[in-house]
Design a protein around this ligand. Structure first.
Ligand code: ZN
Ligand code: ZN
Length: 227
């Protein structure tokens, strides 16, 4: 199995400023992996061993069914379901599943081949972000001028800051400050906007302009859950 199936165009991703940049990367990786899983990977025995074991989350099963060929989906499901039948259910119908089998079912419910690949590549990609931030002033500006980092990606970036040597000491503080700004300032603006939105329902404000509070509910959900 290839470590990375694509080179993420870092400057294209950060050239845009709308929304969370890491969400944009994940969306790109998701499209690639959905196509890859129901395409070339379907015939790769080493990938099938993993997909049979891990399965997929609801979102990615749905995307594969929607975008991938019907036959590919059926073949992937055939071996995946068969593995569940062989290993996770009691062979004797009078017995209940063993503790190991119950554990296996619980594990299967929370694992997804595509989610795992996306997570792996995103962490790898963040390492490139750190390196670019240290080397390229224009990239630093692009990073700082992002609209925001969603809460989950803010947490991921900060987690990686701790363990990644590609973020040189001389730029660490600057990077941390920029990252905090991308999350904190946006969060503060959301609090203001949602507050304003609620106040707009006061009769005294009838007919007034909602301004930036207009889509504050949707933007708060994007911030909290990613897009
Ligand atoms: Zn995000
Ligand atoms: Zn998934």
């Amino acid at each position: 199995m290839k470590e990375n199936i694509c080179n993420i165009p870092i400057h294209d991703i950060f050239g845009e400023t709308c929304g969370c940049p890491i969400c944009r990367i994940e969306k790109m990786l998701e499209d690639i992996y959905v196509e890859y899983t129901t395409g070339p990977a379907m015939m790769a025995p080493d990938v099938r061993i993993i997909t049979n074991k891990k399965g997929f989350c609801k979102k990615h099963f749905d995307l594969m069914a929607e975008k991938g060929p019907r036959l590919s989906n059926a073949l992937i499901l055939q071996t995946h379901l068969d593995e569940i039948k062989q290993n996770l259910l009691p062979q004797n119908s009078k017995k209940i599943p063993t503790t190991a089998q119950q554990k296996g079912i619980a594990q299967l419910m929370s694992s997804c081949y595509i989610c795992d690949r996306i997570e792996h590549d995103t962490v790898h990609f963040l390492s490139t972000v750190f390196a670019e931030f240290c080397e390229d002033e224009n990239f630093r500006k692009s990073y700082e001028s992002q609209e925001f980092l969603c809460l989950s990606h803010y947490s991921l970036v900060m987690k990686c800051v701790k363990n990644d040597s590609r973020l040189k000491k001389a730029y660490k503080k600057e990077f941390i400050t920029a990252t905090n700004n991308l999350c904190k300032k946006y969060l503060e603006s959301l609090v203001d906007d949602v507050t304003k939105f609620s106040k707009m329902y006061d009769y005294k404000n009838r007919g007034k302009d909602f301004g930036t509070s207009k889509d504050s509910i949707e933007r708060s959900i994007d911030f909290l859950c990613g897009k």
